[in-house]
Design a protein around this ligand. Structure first.
Ligand code: UT7
Length: 319
């Protein structure tokens, strides 16, 4: 069976790291509140010389190096972002140009925090259909550019960064991406959105969120989609080596793991040092745990995410 196997991972963070104490000088908040309600201690914020495209390119370079291939071997780039460098063309084409890849297919996918899961399913489908052999799948964001820095209920939650993986078509049954499941429910648009856009206000807009309601839906939807995806492959939660979740809130990670009877030690947590980096958070967490040696070849992984739309999804991966 033709499968998409993860050859290598990479990530990139802006140079500037911002603590809760620093934010408390800007808005009416405190380190205690942020840590207790979210688990976040730090986030990285892009400087003027750092963009979604530049972070994505750095992450992609590291993934290509880890994969042991040449950039020219890539024939597909799918980049998930809600904060592109330009309204068009796709940020994926900027990455392509920066990597000096002469010809490939390159486009962006927009599913906000679930964007990486959406991009993964798209790339996996194109690889399994035989149309492509080596794909870069990237999640990259600069949410610091769309948060309202006057709104303490949201500005403390987000950070910037990028993560990338290289997928390669290989033959085998129990390796690579084994199953993906995606969902969307557009009735909840008003719970997490940006109040601008090219076709409505003609402005970029700022992020707006009804956090408590999003939280409630997140735990229910994430547990359901993880169970649904595990049922496709026939694995039990006990067989899972690592959960690599979207990093929105440490309490969501705990509550979701509890619903699946998964011990917290099996959950990769980076929300404390990255905060919520939207589409970048799953590949950032994946690369962190691959590089620190926790995730090893042969491990069974569950990737999951939920975000604006609502959109949500999960993937079962034999790394
Ligand atoms: O990535 C997409 C998915 N996004 C998420 O999953 C986010 C999901 N939501 C959450 O993570 C949580 O709902 C939040 C972290 C956003 C908020 O935590 P919460 O426990 O739901 O707090 P809350 O919104 O119910 O607010 C509790 C109190 C309020 O004060 P009152 O009304 O009780 O007086 C807020 O005004 O905390 C106040 N508050 C703050 N206080 C200090 C809200 N933000 C802050 C803040 N500092 N930054």
């Amino acid at each position: 069976m033709r499968r998409s196997v993860i050859l290598g991972t990479g990530s990139a963070l802006p140079k500037r790291r911002v603590s809760n104490a620093e934010l408390a000088m800007r808005v009416d908040t405190s380190d205690e509140w942020i840590v207790e309600r979210t688990g976040i201690r730090f986030r990285h914020i892009a400087g003027d010389d750092e963009t979604t495209g530049s972070l994505a390119t750095d992450a992609a370079r590291r993934a290509i190096e880890a994969a042991g291939i040449d950039a020219a071997d890539i024939d597909l780039i799918v980049l998930a972002t809600a904060t592109p460098d330009q309204t068009f063309p796709a940020t994926a084409t900027r990455v392509q140009a920066a990597l000096a890849i002469d010809d490939c297919v390159a486009f962006d996918v927009g599913a906000v925090c679930s964007g990486f899961l959406y991009a993964l399913q798209v790339a996996d489908s194109m690889i399994r259909a035989g149309a492509h052999t080596r794909a870069l799948v990237i999640g990259a964001e600069t949410f610091s550019r769309i948060v309202d820095w006057e709104d303490r209920t949201t500005c403390v939650l987000f950070g910037d960064g990028a993560g990338a993986i290289v997928l390669e078509a290989q033959d085998g049954d129990d390796r690579g991406i084994l199953a993906t499941r995606l969902h969307a429910d557009g009735r909840h648009n008003g719970l997490l959105y940006v109040d601008g856009g090219p076709s409505t206000t003609g402005t970029v807009g700022k992020l707006r969120m009804k956090g408590r309601e999003v939280f409630r839906h997140a735990v229910v939807n994430l547990a359901a989609v993880m169970n649904e995806t595990l049922a496709v492959t026939g694995h039990t939660p006990e067989q899972v080596d690592w959960v690599v979740p979207h990093q929105a809130n440490a309490r969501i990670l705990d509550a979701t793991a509890r619903k699946l009877n998964l011990p917290p030690e099996k959950v990769i947590v980076t929300v404390d040092v990255h905060a919520n980096t939207s589409a970048a958070s799953v590949p950032l967490a994946l690369d962190t745990a691959v590089r620190d040696g926790r995730i090893r070849r042969g491990n069974l992984l569950v990737l999951e995410a939920m975000g604006g739309g609502f959109t949500w999804g999960a993937a079962i991966v034999r790394y």
